[in-house]
Write a protein that binds this ligand. Sequence first.
Ligand code: BGC
Length: 245
Amino acid sequence: MDILGIDIGGTGIKGAPVNIETGEMLSERFRIPTPHPAKPQAVAKTVAEIAKHFDWNGPIGCGFPAVVQHGITRSAANVHKKWINADAATLFRAETGCPVNIINDADAAGLAEMKFGAGRGRDGVVLLVTIGTGLGTSLFTDGVLLPNTELGHIEIDCNDAELKASNAARKRDDLSWKKWGKRLNTYLSSLEALVWPDFIILGGGVSKKSEKFMPYLDLNAEITIAESFNHAGIIGAALAGKPRK
Ligand code: BGC
């Protein structure tokens, strides 16, 4: 089955049709810069433009960087506050004319990694952490997702972890890889103490430079890097877009 996967981010909205049995993207991804201000109506129009680009009239799955419960976006750490309690699914369906399911962006990446990437065939507790502007988490037990874990916002030294250990924090504080790697280690160790994962997968753009920070990580769990890098968001969104019976 082919589903249009769309990954909504703070700077860009990217999409591509995906074969959800193989995880293959069926064409080049298409990207439009995120509109500013990124209010629900404006983002919905951009989502519709992406669907139009692919001449799409089938099911769509969207990954969104906030808590998503049954099509309603509930939080707004790095997005416009108008998303809190917005009925995003209804809005996107109205703009695209297609069936749309929405999922948290880290959960989307986690679904993709579990089915086609580094988490393939992994039972037990698997934790995926996506490191970007925000810190997203996705938690699986025996392959089943517990959605909206939001463990990027646990408190470390009286701070929201995301403000200290995200890639945005590394850039903002102009940290060396060593300094940031140690911060990341503190964060991941705190997560270990909470959920005791067997296996940790690190994703997000920065995971491409893993050789720079992996030497500073000292954890109990086995740890690896996501395989589909920044395509996991699109592929996982497509997986979540499968219409429910
Ligand atoms: C949000 C999460 C999201 C993560 C990555 C965090 O700020 O609270 O919902 O998954 O950023 O985008």
